[in-house]
Design a protein around this ligand. Structure first.
Ligand SMILES: CC(C)(COP(=O)(O)OP(=O)(O)OC[C@H]1O[C@@H](n2cnc3c(N)ncnc32)[C@H](O)[C@@H]1OP(=O)(O)O)[C@@H](O)C(=O)NCCC(=O)NCCS
Length: 194
């Protein structure tokens, strides 16, 4: 496999939406399902990436590919940008509670990895690690001193990968249970100094 990384493009939006849904362990489905009646959730999530600014702007995403085939992607931005954008009209007030554990844990001033995801067939070949390393280099170059991310403690493979890359747990909050969310237990905040 010959992996190359590049900035995401408009044509990658279905991959970016898929990645966000996978990496969130079903949380994004829980938040956006039926936000527009009769519209499939992944199409609603794709809308998020067509905004020029805000945390879901394409400029915050990188794609890994092999011979033109997308293997996976990463989505990361300054943590302090979170909450800066306009209110999301697609999220009804009764669903805000699903974000609660995430809202309670912030590593202020850090560069935040919102989602990293690699298609199952391509996993285990270093693509996820390469994507994370690229974002860390970019964050370092911009003067950031710390990376941060949230992960469900039950997502053991991802937690093991982050630990092996130097991320340490610094806070945890109970996940909000929902039938679309694949993990119970706690949500972790993990950080790594750059
Ligand atoms: C987490 C995720 C992004 C990791 O992507 P990946 O491309 O498989 O990551 P890597 O290949 O860099 O590392 C994964 C494993 O492969 C191993 N590996 C790394 N390079 C390798 C290589 N060249 N050859 C074989 N194995 C390799 C790593 O040591 C690691 O092993 P471990 O699971 O025993 O710790 C991927 O599993 C995924 O998309 N999961 C679903 C979405 C998700 O949960 N995202 C995280 C949400 S917080």
């Amino acid at each position: 496999m010959s992996i190359s990384l590049r900035p995401a493009r408009v044509a990658d939006i279905p991959h970016l939406a898929h990645a966000l849904m996978e990496a969130s362990g079903g949380l994004v489905e829980a938040v956006y399902e039926r936000a527009i009646p009769d519209r499939e959730t992944h199409l609603i999530v794709e809308h998020l990436f067509s905004r020029p600014d805000g945390t879901t702007a394409i400029k915050h995403c990188l794609v890994a590919e092999d011979d033109g085939n997308v293997l996976g992607s990463i989505h990361a931005f300054p943590m302090d940008d979170m909450g800066d954008g306009p209110p999301d009209l697609l999220v009804s007030e009764d669903r805000y509670g699903l974000f609660e554990p995430f809202m309670k844990m912030h590593a202020d001033g850090s560069y935040y990895i919102m989602a990293v995801s690699v298609y199952p067939d391509a996993q285990g070949h270093g693509t996820g690690s390469r994507l994370i390393a690229e974002v860390e280099d970019a964050a370092r170059a911009k003067g950031f001193k710390q990376m941060s991310l949230n992960v469900f403690a039950e997502n053991e493979g991802a937690v093991r990968l982050y630990r092996s890359l130097g991320y340490v747990e610094c806070a945890r909050e109970p996940a909000v249970p929902h039938d679309k969310i694949r993990y119970g237990g706690d949500v972790l905040l993990m950080v790594r100094d750059l």
